[in-house]
Design a protein around this ligand. Structure first.
Ligand SMILES: C[S@@+](CC[C@H](N)C(=O)[O-])C[C@H]1O[C@@H](n2cnc3c(N)ncnc32)[C@H](O)[C@@H]1O
Length: 201
């Protein structure tokens, strides 16, 4: 979908997110996930944290056979996402669910579960959705660097940001200690991790 018109529409969506202070994936992290989806032939994706639909649109545009379920609890963003997805004619491929991701119960198995919701809930998202991973499925988690603050907490003096960074650090420790999953950390974009089921030795 590399047409000039599509690239313009994507750019417009990114600019809108920027001007409206809606956090969306950084380009480097996005390219990394798009490459992963292509190289592993990912077909069914669950995304926690839709925002205005930018990442789900990028995922779905890779291949018309890709299906995306995406969850958003902010009603304004939910409606914006639904509108944007329909503008890109991707309503058949992307389903947006309104509500708290911790309250849904899906029976489907996903090739990829993308965790991009509230940072304070990452461990809960992981624990809740691990049974929804297909046998070769992976979790991809974003924002594990949080603008470099996870590595250097002194960058901020803001108390709520410090609390958030501590939670991200706890999630990183949780992933490192997790015996069920092997996680690889990548310092690209805002810090991305891929977690896959550990092989039984
Ligand atoms: C970083 S943004 C998502 C960006 C989007 N994935 C993209 O790159 O275009 C995180 C979004 O997750 C939503 N969110 C946070 N916690 C959530 C939860 N428990 N359930 C549903 N949505 C959640 C927030 O309202 C916010 O819009």
């Amino acid at each position: 979908m590399e047409t000039e018109k599509n690239m313009e529409d994507i750019l417009r969506l990114k600019n809108y997110a920027d001007q409206s202070s809606v956090p969306i994936m950084m380009d480097e992290g996005m390219d990394f996930i798009l490459d992963y989806i292509k190289s592993k032939d990912v077909k069914f994706i669950l995304e926690i944290g839709t925002a205005i639909g930018y990442s789900s649109i990028r995922f779905a545009q890779i291949d018309p056979n890709i299906r995306v379920y995406t969850i958003e609890y902010d009603i304004i963003r939910y409606h914006e996402a639904v509108k944007n997805i329909s503008r890109f004619n991707l309503g058949e491929q992307i389903t947006v669910f309104l509500g708290d991701a911790l309250k849904f119960n899906f029976t489907e198995k996903f090739d990829l579960i993308f965790i991009d919701g509230a940072k304070s809930q990452y461990i809960n998202f992981f624990e809740k959705y691990k049974e929804n991973l297909a046998p070769d499925g992976v979790f991809i988690s974003d924002n594990l660097s949080f603008h470099g603050m996870v590595e250097d907490i002194n960058i901020t003096k803001n108390y709520s940001t410090i609390k958030l960074i501590r939670k991200i650090r706890r999630y990183i420790d949780f992933l490192k200690a997790n015996k069920e999953f092997d996680t690889t950390f990548y310092s690209i974009g805002d810090g991305v991790a891929i977690s896959k089921r550990a092989e039984i030795k």
